[in-house]
Design a protein around this ligand. Sequence first.
Ligand SMILES: Nc1ncnc2c1ncn2[C@@H]1O[C@H](COP(=O)(O)OP(=O)(O)OP(=O)(O)O)[C@@H](O)[C@H]1O
Length: 500
Amino acid sequence: MADWGAEVDAQENSLSSKVEKLTVTAGQSKGSSNSAGVRPAQASGETSASASAPTRGAEGGAAGGASEESEDKVSKEEESLLRKLIHSKLVSTKADLEVLQKDPNSPLYSVKTFEALNLKRELLMGVYDMGFNAPSKIQETALPALLADPPANMIAQSQSGTGKTAAFVLTMLSRVDPSKNYPQCLCLAPTYELALQTGEVTKKMAKHMTNVRIGFSVRGKRIPHGQKCTDHILIGTPGTVSDWCLKFKSVDLKKIVVFVLDEADVMIATQGHQDQSVRIKRGLSSSCQMLLFSATYDEDVMKFAQAIIPNNPIIIKLRRDEESLDNIKQYYIECKDIDDKYQAVSNLYATISIGQSMIFCATRKTAHWLAEKMTQEGHAVALLSGDLDITQRAAIINRFRDGKEKVLITTNVTARGIDVTQVTVVVNFDLPVTMEGRPDCETYLHRIGRTGRFGKTGLAINMVDNKRSYSTLKTIEQHFGKTIEKLDAKDVDAIEKIST
Ligand SMILES: Nc1ncnc2c1ncn2[C@@H]1O[C@H](COP(=O)(O)OP(=O)(O)OP(=O)(O)O)[C@@H](O)[C@H]1O
């Protein structure tokens, strides 16, 4: 037998140490209390009084300094959890929902209110208590189909924060029958922490459904051999769930009426998870409603999705709003070395009034150094780097989004996928390059670009300090076909002009 169980346990183990913090500090992510982001030196545990410049230029750092950069690797699971912790509000979108495949037995229509769904009273009360006034874009179309009878199977993709979790949690709660003492809804998540997050949402929405028992089938939760699970809704990771269902026979998969596979794109990153999910799915009855959710939509996800969700599922997709550089004024500043780059940043902040800004560095070391120097100069700086745990990171981003700090200094990896839409100035202290050291145009666009709905004018300042970074700049310029103008950091008049 392949030791898939051990593989999954090892994977879950790597994140499980953070679980205590996750539950204890969940409130922090709403920006209530945190000290981690205020004083960068304290947040990181680095307390050296005088900052000395990192020896290597940052471009070299990314390409050649793998050890520094690789410290800040963020796994897909962590990225996903971070997004969940940050998205305390719905992410709105202009894009229209695309229906890629319909179920001929289940006509699709959309609703504009939760009342129109004829939910149980206690469930509707739970939804309103969570502050949901109307269905989100994906919920408008997904919910009528999810709640219809006979139940439809569905594959749904939309970016993080658009209301997928709420949609399937509502589906599970509307179908559960608390008078039956066995699991009827089963939800699979890739990690312990992600399962816990979904559990929290389910508990909140079920606030008025006091008879419903929600249980977790995750690493460390043991059920004695042969003992039946009596929870109504079970949320867990594939390894433990498959043990409970297939090995210990504590859950009868044939009695599951709603099966949810969440975060499919994260799930497929682990082969063991795919195999276990398929085995669990095989044990379900043919009348079970099967649902799969994913934040991305590519060939691998779809192959897996179709293997898991049979019988012509409804497939819906919500495109991400496109980012563009149309409203962005782009400049570059030529510098001699890293100290010169700092001087340029310093001149910039002293000359123009900058609302909120983000500064990207290639390595954690440079980010720490810069944060310390700027703090010493009296700037309210937040530092986001990979040595903070995930809840601290979420809290820092939330504090920054709430305007508590004006400058957010970060490395690329820790900030990937984080939208802080009120930022008007982005400084590339180091230009983005891939792990191999090649210009990373996609990351450049993501750092600087705006979606149509936030089409305010923005400013991007790029630092170059050697031939290599200059060539990276030129490649980026050509790629987007937009001129990046030179700016003299010592020319106060010129700097003043760029902000008008
Ligand atoms: N109809 C709604 N009205 C208002 N807020 C909502 C609604 N649906 C969901 N939300 C809130 O929006 C945020 C994102 O929702 P949800 O977690 O369901 O999205 P998601 O697509 O599953 O994202 P993720 O995969 O990151 O969890 C949550 O804070 C949630 O409480």
